[in-house]
Ligand binder design. Structure first.
Ligand code: AMP
Ligand code: ZN
Length: 432
C-alpha cells in the first residue's frame, strides 16, 4: 500500500527531526547563493544559528518577484556543471523564473512522484498516458520520470492532438492518464463525437488531474464521464512540479510530503500563521533539493491545512483543494470573487456543458460581468422558453454564490475558444 512505508507513516516527532536536519543543511546551502547571502547579511542573520522549524520565521518570505530579479543564477547553490536540467513556470510573461536540478534532485523528485502514483494505486502493470505538455513545464517530464520509476509503461504523448490521444487510449488500452481537468471535460466530448463512450469503450481506471484549480463538482463529473477515479495532483515549478501534494484513495485533501517541504499557511495580508481549517496562502520551503534551495516561498495558492490523521495511515499533513490564488481574485462592483466559485455553480448544473468563460467589461463606468456558458447540444436547439428559464436559473444560482449579478449568455457547445495549456477562464477587459 505504501511506496516508502517508513517515511510515509513516520511519526510526527520523527518527521520533525528529519525536517530540522534537512532544514539546517538547506539553510547552509542557501547561504551560498548570491540571493540569500545578501539577504542574510542585510538582516545580520547567522545561518549557522538557524536550526529549528521555528527559527524559519526569522527569514523573510521569498516571492516570485525575488525569483525573477534573481534571474538567471542568484538562487543557484551548486556549480553549474552539477546542474543537469532546468525548468520554468508556465505562462510567465517577461523574465521567467527558472529552477535548476542536479542529478540527485531529479532522482528525488522522481521518487516523490512515484510515491504519489503508488499511493493512488498505480502499479507496474499500468499503461500510463501523460497528456501534459513536455518541455519547460514540469507536468510533462516531472510526471514522466515518476511513472517510469514506478515501472508503468509510460506514453509521453504530450498535450493536445485529441484524435491521436483517443487512438492511443483505445489501441493501448491506457489505464491511467495525467490530464488537465479542463481538458478531461473537453476530451470526453470529443470522444463522444467519435461515437465512443469514454466509460464503456476505454479502459481508464486512474486519472491524475491537476495543474489548474478545479472544484469537487468538476472532479465528480470527470469521474462519471470516464468511469474512473480522479485524483487531485498539486505542484508548482518553483517547488519541483507535480508531486508536492497529492490525494490518497480517501480523496479527502492532499498529503503534502513533509520530508521534502516545510509547509506554512499564512494570512496573505499579514503573513501571520493560520489555524487549522483557516484558508490562507501556502508557503513552502524546500528541504530536499540541492541546486535551488528556496526558503519560505509564497505560492499565492489559497488552501487550509488539515491536522487530523488520515485513515490511510500517512502522517504527512493534508491541505484542502486549492481554492484559488491570492492573486486571481477579481473585484466586481466591490465584491471579491474567485473564478472557482463560478465554476462550482456551473458544474453542478447538469444542463451546463463543459466550457465557459467570464468576461469583465466596463460600460459607462459600470462593471459588467458576462458569463458565456456552453450548454448541452440537445437543449440548445430546443424550446426557447425553456432555454430562457434555464438562463435565469443559472443566473440566480450564480447570484446567490457570488453576491453579484452577472449577465449569462448560453452558447452552443464547442463554440467557446479552448486552449491547449491551462484553461483561461477570466478575460478582464476593464480599463482602470
Ligand atoms: P506551474 O509553476 O506553471 O506549474 O504552475 C503552478 C501553479 O498551478 C500553482 O501555483 C497553482 O496555482 C496551479 N496548480 C497546480 N496544481 C494545481 C491543483 N491541483 N489545483 C489547483 N491549482 C493548481
Ligand atoms: Zn490519506
Amino acid at each position: 500500500m505504501y511506496w516508502e512505508k517508513a517515511i510515509e507513516t513516520m511519526s510526527r516527532e520523527e518527521l520533525k527531526k528529519l525536517q530540522e536536519e534537512r532544514l539546517r543543511q538547506t539553510i547552509l546551502r542557501a547561504a551560498k547563493t548570491p540571493f540569500y547571502r545578501k539577504r542574510f547579511a542585510q538582516l545580520k542573520l547567522d545561518p549557522e544559528k538557524l536550526r529549528t522549524v521555528k527559527d524559519l520565521q526569522y527569514i523573510p518570505f521569498t516571492t516570485k518577484e525575488d525569483l525573477r530579479q534573481g534571474f538567471p543564477f542568484d538562487f543557484l547553490a551548486v556549480p553549474l556543471e552539477e546542474v543537469v536540467r532546468l525548468h520554468s513556470s508556465s505562462g510567465t510573461t517577461g523574465t521567467p523564473t527558472v529552477i535548476y536540478h542536479t542529478a540527485q534532485d531529479l532522482e528525488r523528485w522522481a521518487n516523490q512522484v512515484a510515491r504519489c502514483l503508488y499511493m493512488v494505486g498505480m502499479r507496474k502493470t499500468d499503461i500510463f498516458q501523460n497528456m501534459m505538455s513536455y518541455g519547460l513545464f514540469t507536468g510533462g517530464l516531472g510526471m514522466h520520470y515518476g511513472a517510469e520509476k514506478l515501472g508503468a509503461m509510460t506514453i509521453p504523448i504530450g498535450a493536445g492532438n485529441s484524435k491521436r490521444q483517443i487512438w492511443f487510449l483505445q489501441f493501448f488500452k491506457t489505464t491511467a492518464v495525467h490530464i488537465l481537468p479542463s481538458y478531461a471535460l473537453l476530451l470526453a466530448q470529443l470522444i463522444k463525437s467519435e461515437g465512443l463512450d469514454p466509460k464503456k469503450d476505454l479502459n481508464l481506471r486512474i486519472m491524475l488531474i491537476g495543474a489548474e484549480p478545479h472544484s469537487e463538482e468538476t472532479r465528480r463529473r470527470i469521474e462519471e464521464l470516464y468511469g474512473a477515479k480522479a485524483y487531485n495532483s498539486y505542484g508548482l515549478s518553483e517547488m519541483n512540479g507535480p508531486g508536492v501534494a497529492f490525494e490518497c484513495p480517501y480523496q479527502n485533501g492532499m498529503h503534502l510530503w513533509e520530508d521534502y517541504y516545510i509547509m506554512e499557511v499564512v494570512n496573505p495580508e499579514t503573513g501571520e500563521p493560520c489555524q487549522e481549517g483557516e484558508v490562507g496562502e501556502l508557503v513552502l520551503t524546500t528541504i530536499y533539493r540541492d541546486a535551488t534551495p528556496i526558503l519560505r516561498y509564497r505560492t499565492r495558492d489559497l488552501t487550509a491545512f488539515i491536522d487530523e490523521p488520515c485513515p490511510c495511515g500517512r502522517l504527512h499533513r493534508r491541505i484542502t483543494r486549492i481554492q484559488g490564488r491570492s492573486d486571481d481574485m477579481f473585484i466586481f462592483r466591490g465584491v471579491n470573487i474567485f473564478p472557482i466559485q463560478i465554476e462550482k455553480v456551473l458544474m453542478n448544473i447538469p444542463e451546463v456543458g463543459n466550457n465557459y468563460r467570464i468576461i469583465l467589461e466596463r460600460e459607462d463606468y459600470r462593471d459588467v460581468m458576462r458569463i458565456e456558458v456552453e450548454i448541452k447540444s440537445e437543449l440548445f436547439f430546443g424550446d426557447l422558453q425553456k432555454l430562457e428559464r434555464l438562463r435565469e436559473r443559472i443566473q440566480a444560482e450564480l447570484r446567490s454564490e457570488i453576491l453579484a449579478t452577472p449577465e449569462v449568455v448560453l452558447v452552443e457547445p464547442g463554440t467557446l475558444p479552448t486552449q491547449e495549456g491551462k484553461a483561461q477562464r477570466v478575460f478582464d477587459q476593464r480599463k482602470m
